[in-house]
Design a protein around this ligand. Structure first.
Ligand code: 6CM
Length: 258
């Protein structure tokens, strides 16, 4: 039986409980498993990826891909952040209550439905990029832990944001509906693990969170390729830096969410 978290507050250690099935359970399972299988493959030494930006431990890669003149460049980034757990990083990425505190690319974010304790549906309006029409997205957002074989390790965590349709979010012209398949996967390393009898006594300074972020975005209609690529090149590294700093600042004085 897989374990999932029921979130109540940002400070409480959540209880783990199973979630009932719903209309998107099968699709979510399939997409999550695909991400877990493919995203963690270390393929940066192949010729597939082009380095787009690097800053300390953060590296952002892209693969140029166009279909009928529409830019579909897959993006993949890795980062390593000290003092936080994967649970914390994923929770802040998933939690609608804090989205606008770290998301700099949105005009608005609206939660349409809570399908279960671990899956929400959103409609988001993205900041308009001149000279293209404004975009919005409608997607389910799912969070879960992935337990490790070794019980001395902390669980891995993943959030997937995947486009869907919803009765409460019809496409309203001139807005264009963009399509996204995004995953954030986190693995927590504990330094000097053997010095501590149990996980709850490990101090923050001994935590390292390894982050993998992948994004496949279809702008859903024509947008000038050079403008779009310039926006991605600027915005993805900015997001990764700002978001991870946000999680570090927010958690610094809080008990560790294991
Ligand atoms: O992953 C990020 N944010 C999440 C929470 O908001 C969520 C968002 C996914 C949306 C993916 C981007 C859709 C972009 C729409 C296209 C805009 C093109 C305008 C036309 C330009 C000429 O997963 C952080 C996302 C950081 C984005 C840079």
């Amino acid at each position: 039986e897989r374990r999932v978290a029921a979130f109540e507050s940002l400070t409480k250690i959540p209880e783990l409980k199973p979630v009932p099935r719903h209309r998107l359970s099968d699709e979510i399972e399939k997409i999550v498993q695909e991400h877990l299988k493919f995203d963690l493959v270390d393929d940066f030494n192949s010729n597939i990826w082009e380095l787009l930006a690097a800053d300390g431990e953060m590296k952002v890669y892209r693969r140029e891909l166009e279909e009928n003149g529409i830019v579909l460049d897959p993006l993949k980034a890795v980062h390593s952040v000290k003092g936080v757990t994967g649970h914390e990083v994923c929770k802040y990425f998933w939690d609608p209550a804090v989205r606008m505190e770290w998301e700099g690319t949105l005009d608005s974010s609206r939660m349409l439905e809570a399908l279960s304790d671990d899956t929400l549906i959103f409609n988001q309006v993205h900041k308009r990029v001149w000279p293209a029409a404004q975009r919005d997205t409608c997607f389910w957002s799912h969070i879960r832990s992935v337990s490790k074989e070794n019980k001395n390790d902390l669980d891995d965590w993943i959030v997937v944001n995947y486009s869907t349709t919803h009765d409460s979010a019809p496409i309203k012209e001139p807005m264009i509906r963009a399509w996204a398949n995004v995953a954030l996967i986190c693995s927590t390393i504990i330094l000097n693990r053997d010095k501590y009898a149990d996980l709850s006594s490990v101090p923050r300074e001994n935590l390292v969170c390894k982050i993998t972020y992948v994004a496949q975005v279809n702008p859903g209609g024509w947008a000038p390729a050079n403008v779009l690529r310039a926006v991605y090149k600027r915005e993805y590294p900015k997001f990764l830096k700002r978001f991870t700093q946000y999680v570090m600042d927010k958690t610094k004085k809080l008990p560790i969410l294991l």
